[in-house]
Ligand binder design. Sequence first.
Ligand code: AMP
Length: 567
Amino acid sequence: MDTPPFSDLGLPAPLLAAIETLGYERPSPIQALSIPPALEGKDLVGLSATGSGKTAAFALPALALLDLKAMWPQVLILCPTRELAVQVCEEVHRLGAKMRGLHATPVYGGAPMDRQLRALRDGVHVIVGTPGRLLDHLRRGSFDASHIRLAILDEADRMLDMGFKEEMDELLAALPKERQTLFFSATMNPGVSRLIRSFGKDPQIIDIQQKARTVSTVDQSYFEVRQRSKVEVLSRILDMNPPRLGLIFCNTKRSVDECTEDLVNRGYAADRLHGDMTQQMRERVLKRFREGSVELLVATDVAARGLDIDEIDVVFNYDLPTDPEDYLHRIGRTGRAGRSGRAVTFVFGRDIYRLQSIERYTRSVIRRERIPSVEQVEGRRADLIFDGLKERLEAGKFDAYQDNIDRLLEQGHTPTDIAGALVTMLREASGREGSMIEEDREPERPARREKTRDVRAPRDERREDRGPERGARPNPRFERGPIPHEPGMTRLFLSLGKTHGVMAKEIVGMLYREAGLPDGCLGRITLFPKHSLVDVPGEFVNQVMERTRNARLRGRPFRIDVDRGPV
Ligand code: AMP
């Protein structure tokens, strides 16, 4: 569903500023539909599952109504569990980061009373808690419910399932009658209906549980990956099966920037697309993607809208989307025009529940895959080199180097050794250094989510299920020779390289910072041991050379000039 920008929802400036910082690009459907009526003071029933962005859907209007000078509880949020209470309170703090003097506190059972009592006594605007402990505080008098203007029931169905009916009834009955109430629930059932009838005032019902849709031409799988290992795992997957064109989706602009930078630093031809770019920059990036000089495009959902390229052979959900509809849109970018496509999703921790709701929504099974080990990736890299070698030999497209080879043979080296050494050199030259991830250390993970795994494919089937192996397609990254630069770009020579410890991202940072280049305008950056080459739009060449005259990289001065090629 297309949603209006956050700035159209009627939210005050400090909240819009926090949303911007968090990098949320546009509201999820539940947010777009709930926030305006909630701000008007209406009661609501939001039917939507975890992962739909419902926390911000209620936390934003809650924050908007607070009077920060009044040091008493004004908003009450009821949650079924301690974990959820803590998470919701964290989201309240994140969204309220630009509201000076905001106090929100979680209150839950199983934790010492004194700290909670202190927090309540010191004055708090928002209380997020589990029903049992909150009732305790109400009865003791430590929770003053008399100024509550908004009550929110998060996961009302779950709270009832957990047997909190009496506590919820007593708590809600103790709140001022003229308060506003928002009910959020994944499902509607008689218990939830009764709650709404007893405690709601003619609430508007917002149901975003859409009808299911299916995608049959896309092979869908997922990997369990910690946030910090995402780039490493992405690299391994890419190296196992180098795509011609791959699209990588992130949920926020910040994530797009970080992912692109990490990929470029690892030597991939990656670029980004996000909502802040001008139409001109967008078109430039898209053109390069279409032509294949950019192989990996990292984008947000909004930025990728309207992207119409049939040759994308893999889509990555680097971040799991909040809306199942977005998942469908994303993976629908591959498997088009009669081709088969692949969709790879990264999940971790609680994401698995969101993935399950996506499976229900799309009526498809998303297969779990194991992260390839460093050894598998190395083996595959060598295989790809041999595939390319075979193709070259068969096509007869190589120079003979007869004299040099004869000399090596005369020195007693066997043809097998010579070929082996060459392939090793090639692998080293083209390879990226993989880093360890936790999964490398403990390949057999504890059976925490074994249940989820069982309902999917059995282990052996999963391995075979990887989809058709690719034919012997040469990997463009293994091709040697000078890399042509695009029209309109000028290649600059920079006198520092790998041996000076310089990284591509530092060059990028320095150029944007010192030369004041517009975002997204840089082209390819190639690092050599003693120098680097940077492609810059022709019109900025003088600007770069003038403004970086006194700049330093890794503390060293450097020379920057138009590249004249090898001398
Ligand atoms: P929830 O359904 O509230 O548990 O939210 C799921 C995740 O989505 C959380 O990590 C939020 O931080 C994130 N999120 C919520 N709203 C948005 C949005 N509009 N854009 C991107 N991410 C969001």
